[in-house]
Design a binder for this molecule. Structure first.
Ligand code: SF4
Length: 823
């Protein structure tokens, strides 16, 4: 490789990512800053005093502590904090680039606006905040006076942890009278259902990665940004150091040689969507060879052995199911793995002292498959590693105070009892709370949209949903759309009204338990700079909307400012017992987590705690979240359930409206009998008419490319290699054998086409791509934002056919049939 400036930048990023996220990439930023001298919006720091402000990054669910250096009032640099027990000193490339999201005026809405051009063209006219809030309120008031408040819907992109913004959005919907509160799904949604069905707890996913000695990862992109790179890449470096002394091992199960797979101790390529079969194949070996934790399984688990229910009915247990159907030969056929490799994985897993099996493909920003997550959870139970050092932790949610109950008026009470547009919670989808894919489907197909007004918060579903453009078609049918986005994103371009939020560096907001962190932590951002433009905090805008609507809606929101609500909720932390608001970084937080000595708060009273929380941005307890095993499981049996009695009850309830077979068909579940209620492998549904689409498309994520609603800081384009983005074209990875079958060569332009759409890309040959599959990176293909993001590459989401995961009904995004033709 020629060592020119551009390649030097790429090398630096690759190096920084490969080792750990450290302050090293700041060299890169300096270099890029020089290169970007001719960009019109690059901040030119004034002369002045240096200060730094501590805050928390909210650009992904990782919740890293950040320190923002300022010259005078200008923020000039973001660094990781060493005094924050999540990401010791590190931030990821996207977090480093946060200042571009603040200062790039072309990327942002700077004031409220209304649409004056055609939908999607992004042509808006400035209006006042009074007019903007007034327009939305009169729309909502009309719906309420017409007796159809349920025609208001909201999409909430905040991560699933109970953030205060989510609480307020859901409360507003309830006070107005609409059940149609929707969330953008991620892996936590699937984990939450799996946790509820098997343990009776819906607490946040947590894993003690740093203390594991054998990590069996079902596709988790530890080096791609899984659950927040700031912490996870630090954990990776600890694991690598241990691996040098043969004290830890990482096995990556993935169909493509991602960075994580390439740097793991072992890479195991299986067909996407067959991971459950592999987990159960490993389970088979553990059970057959007696390599499971018998004490835990016998005393703390239900449904392992065959059993008889009180009505005298005989049931098969997990052991019988797995021994019968998932032998290494059987699992090998399903996954395309040699049976001997399955046996060897099982033995390695069994031999380890602190093994953990993890799920949540890629960055974890998309949902997973429910039966797959249940199968991986079963492995953790077989090894008895639930709530043990180095294992998966089952946690209680953070003890934040619940906002006071309020009285709905008659309109709201009637409206909120109407069926949800997405069918979540109905007999077809009894386990799922929100199905934005179903919502889009229903609205897109309707002649007369059931939604009149849609509010969109902190999300860009037109771009991020893997649904072949269905959400956009739904928006085309929706009479009135309101965007609260700070960014000029694709969804906002479809809006009629823009009520722009501040960016995360201009406001106070909370991070409720950073993703997968192994101890409870509440983070609080603070304004690093005064708001640059005429934007408003969406939390304050919700309070203003409620006040203007008045009546029972106004009464449900008695607070003056969003910060008052944060403070009320934080009181719950204070009352729950001692916590800490300081972390000096002298001891590494992942050591000594299991110590159970009494914790002494480092604050005297609530005012002291709140003041420190506001300036330091954290409250935490350096302890494992849940208590003794006896109180760990809140399932109907009080145990870990290999056979989910809750699921059986839910299906039986649903079956009251039809036959059990019909209900299971509606849920997309092919299994029958006892198997339905246990972890098992379900073959991914292939859409009708896909016979002429012989390949399979799998999207993947990269650490230096945002695939969420947050835009990629433009300077990161310069960290992409020429076979990732060349000028405006992105690349599809194919195995050379597959490419040869289609007479394709490196760099050739092709169409990748599914039943849902097609994209034009170039081919790059990659031995690490599984034959028969095409891999497309997520994060490219914007047509909104600024000139540096617009028109760069292709978005795989436009090709992904919207099929549904059995039982959960969430989108399947890893198995779209496609064909490839020369362009
Ligand atoms: S990992 Fe997430 S929270 Fe941490 S710096 Fe990166 S984007 Fe921000």
């Amino acid at each position: 490789m020629e060592l020119n400036r551009r390649n030097f930048i790429k090398l630096l990023v690759g190096g920084a990512v490969g080792i750990q996220v450290t302050p090293l990439p700041w060299k890169l930023t300096d270099d890029v800053a020089i290169w970007t001298d001719n960009w019109p919006w690059v901040p030119v720091p004034p002369r002045g005093a240096f200060t730094s402000v501590k805050s928390v990054c909210t650009l992904c669910p990782g919740g890293c502590g950040i320190s923002v250096r300022k010259v005078d009032n200008r923020a000039v640099k973001i660094e990781g904090r060493t005094d924050y027990p999540v990401n010791p000193g590190g931030v990821c490339p996207i977090g480093m680039g946060g200042l571009e999201l603040l200062y790039d005026k072309d990327m942002r809405f700077t004031r409220p606006m209304k649409r004056v051009g055609p939908r999607g063209a992004g042509v808006f006219q400035d209006i006042s905040w009074e007019e903007a809030i007034g327009t939305l309120c009169s729309r909502i008031s009309s719906l309420r006076s017409e007796g159809r408040p349920e025609a208001l819907a909201a999409v909430d992109g905040h991560y699933l942890r109970g953030s205060t913004m989510s609480v307020l959005i859901e409360r507003l919907m309830k006070a107005i009278g609409s059940p149609n509160y929707l969330r953008v799904p991620n892996s936590e949604d699937t984990y939450r259902i799996a946790g509820a069905l098997m343990t009776g707890r819906e607490g946040p996913i947590a894993c003690d990665l740093e203390n594991s000695d054998f990590v069996l990862s079902f596709g988790c992109g530890f080096l791609e940004g899984w659950q927040g790179a700031g912490r996870v890449i630090n954990a990776w470096s600890i694991l690598r150091e241990k691996a040098l002394n043969n004290k830890a091992k990482v096995v990556q199960i993935e169909s493509r040689a991602s960075n994580t797979a390439s740097k793991a101790d072992k890479w195991v390529a299986v067909k996407p969507g067959t991971e459950a079969a592999l987990a159960l194949g490993i389970g088979h070996v553990l059970i057959k060879e007696g390599l499971y934790n018998k004490e835990f399984v016998n005393n703390q688990c239900f449904g392992f052995e065959d059993w008889t229910s009180p009505d005298g009915k005989e049931h098969i247990g997990f052991k019988t199911l797995v021994l019968k159907k998932y032998g290494p030969d059987q699992a090998g056929k399903l996954t395309s793995l040699e049976p001997a490799r399955i046996v060897s994985l099982a033995i390695d897993f069994a031999k380890a002292k602190a093994p953990v099996a993890l799920f949540g493909k890629s960055k974890g920003l998309l949902n997973g498959s429910l039966y797959e997550f249940m199968s991986v959870m079963a492995l953790n139970a077989l090894s008895g590693r639930l709530n043990q050092p180095g294992g998966i932790l089952i946690c209680d949610p953070l003890p934040l105070a619940v906002l006071p109950e309020f009285q709905q008026d008659a309109v709201a009470s009637t409206g909120s009892r109407k069926p949800r547009i997405d069918g979540a919670g109905s007999s077809s989808y009894p386990c799922t709370r929100s199905l934005i894919n179903n919502f889009a489907d229903t609205v897109a197909k309707s002649d007369n949209s059931p939604v009149d007004t849609l509010m969109v918060f902190s999300s860009n579903p037109v771009f991020t949903l893997p649904d072949g453009g269905r959400f956009k078609r739904a928006l085309e049918k929706t009479p009135f759309i309101v965007s609260f986005s700070p960014f000029r994103d694709e969804t906002a371009f479809m809006a009629d009204l823009i009520l722009p939020d501040h960016t995360y560096l201009e406001k106070v907001d909370d991070v409720v338990w950073p993703a997968a962190l192994q101890f409870p932590l509440y983070g609080l951002t603070r304004p690093v700079v005064e708001p640059l433009h005429h934007t408003r905090h969406s939390g304050d805008v919700i309070l203003q909307i409620a006040k203007k609507l008045g009546g029972s809606v106004g009464s449900a929101f008695p607070w003056k400012a969003y910060e008052d609500v944060l403070k009320i909720r934080a009181m719950g932390l204070f009352k729950s017992g001692p916590g800490l608001v300081q972390y000096e970084g002298k001891t590494t937080f992942w050591e000594g987590l299991g110590e159970n000595g009494a914790l002494k708060a480092d604050y005297k009273d609530f005012d002291g705690m709140w003041k420190a929380l506001k300036s330091n941005g954290l409250w935490y307890r350096p302890r494992y979240a849940a208590g003794a095993e006896q109180s760990l499981f809140k399932s109907p049996s009080g145990k870990f359930e290999f056979y989910s009695t809750l699921l059986e009850t839910v299906v039986s309830e649903s079956a009251k409206t039809g036959s059990r077979d019909e209900i299971l068909d509606a849920m997309g579940v092919h299994a029958r009998g006892d198997e339905v209620f246990m972890p098992h492998y379900e073959k991914a549904a292939v859409p009708e008419g896909s016979g002429n689409y012989p390949l399979r498309l799998v999207p993947y994520a990269q650490i230096n490319l945002s695939s969420s609603w947050v835009p990629t800081p433009p300077f990161l384009n310069k960290t992409l290699f020429d076979n990732e983005l060349l000028k405006d074209e992105s690349f599809a990875e194919m195995n050379p054998k597959t490419a040869a079958e289609y007479h394709l060569e490196e760099g050739q332009r092709v169409w990748i086409e599914s039943l849902s759409g097609k994209v034009k890309v170039r081919v790059t040959l990659f031995d690490g791509a599984m034959p028969g599959y095409v891999f497309l990176p997520r994060g490219f293909g914007h047509y909104a934002y600024d000139e540096f993001l617009r028109g760069k590459g292709s978005n795989p989401n436009t090709v992904i056919h919207p099929s549904k995961d059995p039982l959960s009904g969430l989108p399947v995004w890893w198995n779209t049939p496609v064909r490839i033709t020369k362009a």
